[in-house]
Ligand binder design. Structure first.
Ligand code: ADP
Ligand code: MG
Length: 696
């Protein structure tokens, strides 16, 4: 066996390990729980816990933790040791079924968006057996859901799991109409992770990177990404060492890291894993992000996961490749017989309806302070949601709507339910990179999510919106069979496509014309987080989530509050960091340089005569003008920032940040940056883009 084969998954309590450590009957019972979502009984849990503990101890674990995702989106853990003192000189290692199934962390410090009063701060964590337990730093980590005392979801995972259930039920209804029985239905996800690596030395010299994860200042580097030499280019030796260690660590954890390469921007890289069920894929992505940050530090590097660490060059996204797996088969794989053909078109139509109908909610899931700087940039989709189907599929959809014949490139005539669908492999879908939601052969790729995001909300909305479309189809078509079903089905497809085809756009999503065209089509364009978040708290949103028991109204409200609060807090931190850097670093540096220039002018003019040091005077004036503007803007920022801070209402506060504070921040940045390029190097207080992005 190769080294990789040997180490792969060694730190995971996966099927193979379970089979090895669990009695046969228990293993089978647990598989039913995992695959079919059957509830877990305590007897079963006791046996599983015991085996899990034995395995973990053999691997050197001393503690366990319920590993969960509070609404902040990052993972949380509290370590409990296995030890159980027998007397004052001995311990035994113990881990009960009860401790496996349920934990009770002190929840009072996690964001709850008003859902849980602090006097009843108890929260519960409950094991999610659909994502495997694993060992990290000698701690057995048990992926769990996190709920309040009353069972309301206080985390990202619970609603996602509920949405998985919703989509499963609706897929089963729809497939039943096609005479198919579906047992295991689960959405699948492959999350491509983009990130930046910079040297720790530079990082430490920049307060903005340390506190905000992104630069708040910096003139564009002399060389950016225009030579396109970084994309897929040879990987720097230090970065290569980092990637190798990362791969090893991830493989041990059973994360199927598949591809790694340099991205377009200097210092930017990407890691793509093999897809898996959405729930496990998100856990794995969070683990990947954690390992990236940690392992970077072993190599004198810092991993920047935020969406737009540097202006003027590309930002980082997290492409959400999504599909639905039914008994191991991909439901979005176009088939090659008439029934599969029709079924595929139904699925496609349902997705088109879901994305159009719930475009605002989907947009909302990608709204964060960091992603606001990325969306609509030259490298990322705009804030308008649209779908790209590719030429071939687009012609199919048009033909269906017009009721005309379809001729594929190979001249195969397609008549719904009669003939054969062309093979939409990836070469046929010409992969419009500017589209936020693109069909890529047998899955959809949602490109709006930002690199720092937890993808749970995205997929929770996607699943629920899709469940809604499938439910509509089933409601409309149930009770019909044979020819009647065929006819009604075709009609349903045609009408639904006609009603929602405005969401399909195959052109350049980055162009100005698209913005205008989208407006004409009535598509929404929610430009920033402050404008995007309210979509969550509309009647339409409440109705969708409650219909499929994914979130009740209180749970929706709490998510909105937490998102709003996070945005406002981030803005507050960025404002404070900006002011601090201007007052303590940039202005003193600029003023020192001005003083030095003044002295030079005096001494030069003593020799050459009054008014003769023209170049120096010109530069001196530029510096003075810049400094004056910076003073003025910093004062203005201070004033507006405090005004925003004093607003009680979270939404109004966010609106003020977005509309009034950010433009001042941009203006202030502009002036500091324009001083950067004329101030003598030795005065400049921190590393510039040229230095940070082109380290050895
Ligand atoms: P790109 O060119 O965007 O990097 P890839 O073809 O490499 O695209 O695939 C990107 C991601 O899509 C990978 O993580 C891959 O595992 C995932 N993927 C492939 N098929 C599916 C599927 N059926 N469901 C979900 N994700 C999938
Ligand atoms: Mg991609």
């Amino acid at each position: 066996m190769s080294r990789v084969e040997e180490m792969y998954g060694t730190l995971v309590f996966n099927r193979k390990t379970m089979q090895e450590y669990l009695p046969r009957s228990i293993y089978k019972e647990l598989m039913t729980t995992i695959d079919d979502g059957e509830p877990l009984n305590e007897n079963l849990a006791n046996v599983v816990a015991h085996s899990m503990k034995e395995w973990a101890i053999e691997k050197g674990a001393t503690h366990y933790t319920h590993w969960f995702q509070p609404l902040s989106g990052i993972t949380s853990e509290k370590h409990d040791s296995f030890i159980d003192p027998v007397d004052d000189s001995q311990v035994i290692m113990r881990f009960s079924g009860k401790a496996l199934i349920q934990g009770e962390p002190d929840a009072s410090s996690f964001p709850s968006g008003g859902l849980r009063a602090t006097f009843e701060a108890r929260g519960y964590t409950a094991w999610d057996p659909t994502s495997y337990a694993f060992i990290k730093d000698e701690v057995l980590c048990i992926p769990t859901a996190f709920c309040s005392y009353n069972g309301e979801a206080l985390d990202k995972k619970t609603p996602l799991l509920r949405s998985n259930k919703a989509i499963k039920e609706q897929v089963q209804r729809v497939l039943a109409l096609f005479g198919e029985e579906a047992r295991h239905v689960v959405p699948t996800l492959g999350a491509e992770q983009e990130y930046f690596l910079i040297s720790e030395e530079d990082y430490k010299k920049r307060l903005d990177l340390i506190l905000c994860g992104r630069t708040l200042f910096g003139y564009s580097p002399c060389k950016g990404q225009e030579l396109e030499e970084h994309y897929f280019g040879a990987i720097r030796p230090t970065v290569n060492e980092f990637m190798k260690e990362l791969d090893d660590e991830l493989w041990k954890l059973g994360v199927p890291a598949m591809t790694k390469h340099n991205e377009v921007a200097p210092c930017q890289h990407e890691l793509a894993p093999m897809f898996t069920n959405v729930n496990r894929a998100i856990d794995q992505n969070l683990l990947t992000m954690e390992k990236m940050r940690l392992i970077a530090s072993h190599h004198g590097l810092v991993c920047l996961e935020s969406e737009k660490p540097f202006d003027h060059i590309n930002g980082s996204g997290k492409h959400n490749n999504w599909s639905i797996s039914v008994d191991g088969k991909n439901l979005l794989e176009p088939g090659d017989d008439p029934i599969q053909n029709m079924r595929f078109i139904v699925m496609l139509t349902c997705i088109i309806r879901a994305v159009d109908e719930y475009q605002d909610l989907l947009r909302m899931t990608t709204a964060t302070a960091g992603n606001d700087h990325r969306l609509g940039g030259d490298e990322a989709p705009p804030s308008i949601i649209s779908m790209f189907l590719g030429d071939e599929l687009d012609r199919v959809v048009t033909a269906i709507m017009e009721g005309s014949d379809y001729h594929s490139n190979g001249n195969a005539k397609m008549d719904l339910g009669v003939d054969v669908l062309p093979n939409f492999d990836q070469d046929n879908t010409d992969r419009n990179r500017t589209s936020p939601f693109a069909f890529t052969g047998n899955k959809f790729e949602f490109r709006m999510p930002g690199s720092a995001q937890n993808l749970s909300d995205v997929n929770m909305v996607l699943n629920t919106a899709m469940a809604d479309s499938l439910c509509k189809f089933a409601d409309d078509l149930e009770g019909k069979s044979g020819e009647e079903f065929n006819k009604a089905c075709q009609e349903w497809i045609r009408e639904t496509l006609k009603a929602h085809c405005r969401i399909i756009f195959n052109g350049d999503g980055y162009s100005k014309e698209w913005e205008e065209e989208a407006k004409r089509r009535g598509l929404s364009n929610l430009k920033d987080t402050a404008k995007a978040l309210p979509a969550l708290v509309t009647e339409k949103s409440y109705a969708l989530f409650s219909k499929f028991s994914v979130l009740n109204k209180d749970e929706v409200d709490c998510r909105y509050n937490v998102k709003l609060e996070k945005y406002n807090k981030t803005m507050n931190i960025e404002c404070r960091t900006m002011k601090r850097m201007v007052r303590r670093d940039y202005l003193p540096a600029i003023e020192n340089y001005a003083a030095e220039l003044a002295e030079t002018i005096c001494s030069v003019e003593k020799v050459v005569g009054e008014g003769k040091a023209k170049g120096q005077r010109r530069r001196f004036e530029q510096i003075c003008e810049g400094a004056a503007n910076i003073h003025k803007l910093c004062d203005l920022l201070h004033q507006k920032h405090h005004q925003a801070r004093d607003i009680e209402d979270g939404q109004k506060k966010a609106d003020m940040y977005a509309e009034e504070v950010i433009p001042i921040m941009q203006e202030l940045r502009h002036w500091v940056d324009s001083m950067e390029i004329i101030t003598e190097r030795k005065h400049w207080p921190c590393p510039t883009y040229n230095e940070i992005l082109f380290y050895a």
